[in-house]
Design a protein around this ligand. Structure first.
Ligand SMILES: [Zn+2]
Length: 556
C-alpha cells in the first residue's frame, strides 16, 4: 500500500509543477472516467453475479441473463462518440498524469475492440459459433466406426500396436478437415476487422489490446527456444526410447501417434506421478486455508463466499471471480481430497489473493491484475506446491524418506511437463502469428514445419491435411495461448525472487513464511494495473520478464 500512495503523491506534485494547457484535457478525461465508472461499475458487478449464479445452477435462463448484461456492457464500449473523444486525447498526448494515462490506455483498448461495425461483428460471431458447434458434435472414425475424444485418448494411452495407434491419431485430426475452410474464412474476417481499426492483422491487434508488443513477445519466445532446445532434445530422446520399446519399434520410427495425446502437449504416462495417496485422508480445503494464512494471505473471506463441492448441474471445472473489486472474491471448485484438487484450490486461491489484496486506493479501472498472465503466474506458482516435496512435507508432516521419494519422481515429472508444454506453446504462438500474417499460404505444411522445428516430432510422410485446424483454441481462443507460457515463466521468475532474495534459501518451502505474502502484496497485488505488466515485473523482481528462471527451475 505504501508504494502506491507514494507514487500518487509524487505524480500529483509533478503534475502541479508542469501546469499549463494539458490541465483542461486531464480534467475532461478525469470527468469522463468518473461518469464511465459510475455507469459500468454496477453493471460489471451484476454481470459477475449472474455468471456466478449460472455456473452454480447450470440453468439456461441464468446464462441468458449473464450474456444480456455482457451485451449491455459491450454497447457502452461500442459508443463511437466516446471512442472518438478518447482517441483524440490519446493522439494529442497531453495527458501526463501517470494514473490518468494508464486509465486512458485501459479505456482506449476497451473501446477499440468494440468499434468493429455491427455487421462484420455479427458475421464473425456467427461463423465462430458454427465452428464451435462443429467441434462439439463432430466424431472422428476408425475403420468406419465413430469414436469419441475419450476413446481416442484411451487408445493413445494404452495401445501397443502402432497401426491401431495411427488410426486413432488420424481420427483425432478428422475434425480439422471438417472445419479448416471455415477457420480460414474466420481468420480473414478477423483480419478485416483488425485492419478497419488500424492494425496490420488480427494477431497484432489481439496482442496490442493486451498491451503486448509482437517483438517483445517474440524476444521472450526466442530466448525460451534457445535455452530449452538442448535439454528438450535430451529428454525427448529418453522418452522416445521408452515409447519405442513399448510398441516394439526402433526409436527412429517414433511418429506423432506414439505420444499419449494428439498434439504431444502433455507428459506421456510413462512418468506418471501419483500423489493421491498422500491426500486421501486429508482435507484439501483445510490445507489451503492453513497454508495461505501461514504466508500472510488469509483466504477465509474468499472461501466463505465460495462454492467448493460437487452438485448436480454445477460447472464441473474451477474458476475464480472478483465480483466487485471491493473484496467479494469467490472461487468455484468441485473439491475431492486428491492431488489434482489440491493443486486446483491452491491455483484458484492464488487468483483469489491477487484480487483480494488489491489496494482499494487504486482507481477502479486499474484495480485488477497487471495482465491476465500475471494472475495466471501467481496461480501457477502456488498450484505447483501440491507436488513439491518440501511443501508436502511441511504441510503434512512427512518423514525425510517420504519427502525424498516424492522429490525423486516429482522433479523429473515437472521437468518433462514444463519442457513439453513450453515447446508446444512455441508451435501455437508462431503458427498463429504466421496464420494471421498470411492465411493464403500452405498452412498444412507450415504446421508441420513448426512441429518439427519446436517439438522435434516426425512429420508423417506425404501428409497434407489441415492438422492445425484440429486444435480448437485456434478457432475459439485466438492468439491467447502464449499467455499460458508467459505465466509459467513469470511463476518461475517470482519463485526465484522469493527463494533467493526473500527467504534467502533456495531449498526452503513457502510454508509459514509471512514475508512471502508481504512481498507479493507490496510488489505485485497492490500495484494492480498501475504499471504495464513488464514494468510491474521489473519493479517486483529487478528484471523484465525472462525465460532464464524457468530454465533454472526446470532444466538445470
Ligand atoms: Zn488460472
Amino acid at each position: 500500500m505504501k508504494r502506491i500512495t507514494k507514487t500518487i503523491i509524487i505524480l500529483t506534485a509533478l503534475a502541479v509543477m508542469a501546469g499549463c494547457g494539458k490541465k483542461n484535457t486531464e480534467k475532461e478525461l478525469a470527468q469522463f472516467i468518473d461518469e464511465h465508472v459510475q455507469k459500468v461499475k454496477p453493471l460489471f458487478k451484476e454481470m459477475s453475479l449472474a455468471y456466478w449464479q449460472a455456473a452454480n445452477s447450470g440453468e439456461e435462463e441464468d446464462y441468458e441473463k449473464a450474456s444480456e448484461l455482457e451485451l449491455k456492457i459491450r454497447r457502452i464500449y461500442s459508443d463511437a462518440n466516446d471512442f472518438a473523444f478518447l482517441k483524440k486525447i490519446k493522439e494529442e498526448g497531453r495527458v501526463k498524469d501517470a494514473l490518468l494515462s494508464r486509465q486512458l490506455d485501459e479505456l482506449y483498448n476497451g473501446y477499440l475492440e468494440n468499434q468493429i461495425e455491427a455487421e462484420l461483428m455479427e458475421k464473425i460471431v456467427e461463423l465462430s459459433t458454427k465452428i464451435e458447434k462443429n467441434f462439439s458434435t463432430f466424431r472422428g472414425s476408425i475403420e468406419g466406426q465413430k469414436v469419441t475424444g475419450n476413446q481416442i485418448r484411451e487408445i493413445l494411452k494404452t495401445e501397443r500396436d502402432s497401426v491401431k495407434r495411427k488410426a486413432a491419431w488420424e481420427a483425432s485430426k478428422q475434425v480439422g478437415q471438417a472445419v479448416a475452410k471455415d477457420i480460414i474464412e474466420l481468420v480473414k474476417l478477423r483480419n478485416q476487422a483488425a485492419r478497419k481499426v488500424g492494425f496490420e492483422n488480427y494477431h497484432t491487434m489481439r496482442l496490442s489490446l493486451g498491451e503486448q508488443d509482437v517483438k517483445e513477445i517474440d524476444k521472450i519466445f526466442e530466448e525460451l527456444y534457445e535455452l530449452t532446445t538442448e535439454p528438450f532434445v535430451k529428454l525427448k530422446l529418453e522418452l522416445d526410447d521408452i515409447l519405442a520399446k513399448k510398441c516394439e519399434i526402433e526409436v527412429m520410427e517414433v511418429m506423432p501417434w506414439h505420444y499419449h495425446d494428439p498434439f504431444f502437449q502433455e507428459t506421456p504416462l510413462v512418468y506418471e506421478l501419483d500423489l493421491d495417496g498422500y491426500y486421501k485422508d486429508k482435507d484439501v480445503k483445510e490445507l489451503a486455508t492453513k497454508f495461505y494464512a501461514g504466508i500472510g494471505l488469509p483466504i477465509e473471506s474468499i472461501l466463505a463466499n465460495s462454492d467448493l463441492y460437487e452438485r448436480e448441474g454445477k460447472n464441473p471445472h474451477a474458476f475464480c471471480t472478483d465480483i466487485d473489486k471491493e473484496g467479494d472474491v469467490r472461487i468455484l471448485c468441485n473439491l475431492k481430497n486428491n492431488e489434482q484438487w489440491m493443486e486446483t484450490i491452491l491455483h484458484e486461491s492464488g487468483h483469489g489473493v491477487y484480487d483480494l489484496y488489491q489496494d482499494p486506493k487504486v482507481p477502479y479501472l486499474l484495480r485488477e491484475p497487471a495482465h491476465i498472465f500475471t494472475t495466471e503466474a501467481i496461480a501457477m506458482m502456488f498450484g505447483r506446491q501440491s507436488r513439491d516435496a518440501g511443501w508436502m512435507g511441511d504441510m503434512m508432516g512427512l518423514t525425510d524418506e517420504q519427502k525424498e521419494e516424492i522429490a525423486k519422481v516429482s522433479g523429473k515429472y515437472a521437468q518433462l511437463k514444463q519442457l513439453i508444454f513450453a515447446r508446444w506453446a512455441m508451435v501455437m504462438y508462431n503458427f498463429e502469428k504466421e496464420l494471421y500474417a498470411n492465411p493464403e499460404q500452405n498452412l498444412n505444411k507450415l504446421w508441420w514445419d513448426m512441429v518439427e522445428k519446436y517439438q522435434f516430432v516426425n512429420r508423417p510422410p506425404d501428409r497434407d491435411q489441415p492438422d492445425w485446424a484440429a486444435k480448437i483454441h485456434i478457432a475459439t481462443a485466438p492468439c491467447y495461448y502464449h499467455n499460458y507460457a508467459l505465466g509459467e515463466l513469470l511463476a518461475s521468475q517470482l519463485h526465484n525472487k522469493i527463494v533467493t532474495d526473500i527467504l534467502k534459501d533456495e531449498k526452503a518451502s513457502y510454508v509459514g513464511h509471512k514475508e512471502i505474502g508481504e512481498y507479493l502484496k507490496e510488489n505485485v497485488f497492490e500495484a494492480g494495473a498501475v504499471y504495464r505488466w513488464n514494468e510491474m515485473i521489473e519493479r517486483a523482481t529487478g528484471e523484465q520478464l525472462t525465460a532464464k528462471y524457468f530454465v533454472v527451475q526446470f532444466v538445470e
